[in-house]
Design a protein around this ligand. Sequence first.
Ligand code: GLC
Length: 425
Amino acid sequence: MAWWHDAKFGMFVHWGCYSLLGRGEQVMLRDMMPLDEYGRLACDFRPAADWADRVADQAVRAGARYIVLTARHHDGYCLFKTATHHFNAPQTGPGRDLIAEYVAAARARGLRVGLYYSLINWRWRGFWNPAGYPDELPRIVEEIHTQVRELMTQYGRIDILYYDTPLVPGAHTPGSSGYAACPLDQTPAAFYRSAELNRAVRALQPDILINDRSGVPEDFGTPEQRITPEREGRAWETCMTLNDAPNWANIPYSFADKTAGQVIRNLMDAVRQGGNFLFNIGPDARGHVAARDRAVLDRVGRWLQAHGEAVYGTRPGGIYRLPEQGPCYHYGMFTCRGSTAYLTLFYYPGDYLVISKVEPAVRRAELLTTGARLTVEPLSNFRWKIGGLPSAPPDDLPPVLKLEFEAPPRRHGFSGDAWLDGRAP
Ligand code: GLC
């Protein structure tokens, strides 16, 4: 998992025939569209010839190191060539294998390739009514095993398999409010034979990373829309939307989009705690990135160009983790590499700031944003005054301080009241 831990930042892409309607990826169920009505979307789906290049270019400009694209979402529509059914891109409107185009575009740019795959498929009657269609149940599972094998064999190396929604037939699914659930009495892992499925995946793709959404833990956890580390030692990645709507796919208007500053804040909050950040966009019907998504991601990318060394390949380090004070206790958030700490400033004090409760000594400081050398002055109570900062921030995105310590920095504890007299050791 070394490359993944170093990469930190991925771009999630929700895109399929639902993107035509601009009402998110779950419109089929949310708007209760019957199969024939929904099927017309697949006929009308006409991706632009350059969609994959544009999506991959966006990931590069954003500073993402990998992409995860929806190969099949809950609507069962496959962007790839499959022998299991005709509801797929090569045999409907697009007339092309969109996963082949995506993999080629990502690889050409040195991006790692991830595939999202929904275990649930709303098109099966047996999914909604398992008692009424018991003969469909083994076919539901067979379809998945076949399609996953197709994805693992048709496109060369795949770096990430991102399952979603391990829910058994009859269960409530995202978007199913009002449905009288009648879930099978089986765990998702048992019903989908997930362990067997993942063994087959690893036999075909020995280096692949698999997320935890097939009902078994596998390689990494996937907190959604929140930044919460997994239990000690386990790898995790937060996925998050740019908009604040309940949609991961294309919506033409949205009034609560995250700003570039908020995206960087979430990225750094995940990274400082040892997690990855998978940031989502929903391209339009033709597969082009919306102007408002592009504006935000391009700014994040420009920030990463100047400050990437504070992100990629860093580790949380031993300075502190203070959930009780929020992530910005010390002006901003710390990330570490050996004896170097990076402090991403989420507010800007101007002129100087004080590093406290960290040891050992600070040797050297620089404003990474401009490359300017800063002054380091010891103060009482084992503090360091970092001076020479411009009185106004150099940019309208968070500046980053680079601090060289004598050894890998860690938290410096204190006790008692001596600090009130400036005598804390
Ligand atoms: C949620 C949504 C689903 C989306 C997924 C991404 O589960 O319901 O539509 O694909 O998040 O992690």
